[in-house]
Design a protein around this ligand. Structure first.
Ligand code: HEC
Length: 180
């Protein structure tokens, strides 16, 4: 009985200390102060495993080599992704430079993900990062086009990116949306 009483007191003290910390404002929410190693490990491990768990083979992948799909994906990428993620020969925007966690260059990291994972991330976004969900504003077909383009990024040269840009001058995300 005594043992349970002591354990109970310890738990209550811990809860009070925890609430005091939460309400005190001591924790620094600044995007300039990186997470400590434990928080970072938890966030990265939860994030990676959540993506792997949710982006499974139930998601059916269309033919991503279709060149018109890739081109349509480029138009979306130029409009919505390049500012944060950069591209071949294109720097990230000032907004992206201030984000924490900072958006990775997809030219480097896209090959680490399967098409299903890229689709899931783009459709759902990522909580507690600046990565938006594009599902509410884009159909699955459009998101697959973006994935088809993103998949090509790791092997794309500056010149090839520029060529896509020239070939789609004046085309916008909106125009694509109306075409559907
Ligand atoms: C406002 C900035 C912003 C925009 C716009 C944005 N992203 Fe992101 N994106 C992020 C951030 C931040 C992360 C998460 C980084 C992390 O978890 O460390 C991320 C992560 C990702 C990842 C996971 C990459 C990795 O290697 O961890 C993919 C894939 C991705 N974004 C695709 C896209 C696509 C495709 C678009 C456009 C349709 C897009 N993003 C638009 C900020 C953005």
């Amino acid at each position: 009985m005594k043992y349970f009483l002591r354990a109970g007191i310890v738990i209550v003290v811990l809860i009070i200390a925890f609430l005091a910390y939460i309400y005190s404002g001591i924790y620094n929410v600044s995007a300039l102060v990186p997470h400590n190693k434990l928080t970072l490990w938890i966030m990265n491990t939860v994030g990676d495993n959540s993506i792997k768990h949710h982006a499974n083979d139930d998601i059916k992948t269309p033919d991503l080599s279709d060149s018109s799909l890739v081109k349509m994906g480029f138009v979306h990428f130029r409009e919505m992704c390049v500012g944060c993620h950069g591209g071949p020969g294109i720097e990230q925007s000032e907004i992206a430079k201030g984000l924490y966690p900072s958006p990775p260059m997809l030219s480097k990291t896209a090959k680490e993900w399967t098409p299903q994972q890229l689709f899931w991330i783009t459709k759902n976004g990522l909580k507690m990062t600046g990565m938006p969900a594009f599902g509410p504003t884009h159909t699955d077909d459009m998101i697959w086009a973006i994935v088809a383009f993103t998949k090509q990024l790791p092997t794309m040269t500056k010149e090839q990116y520029q060529k896509f840009d020239n070939e789609t001058k004046g085309e916008s995300d909106e125009a694509n949306e109306h075409a559907h």
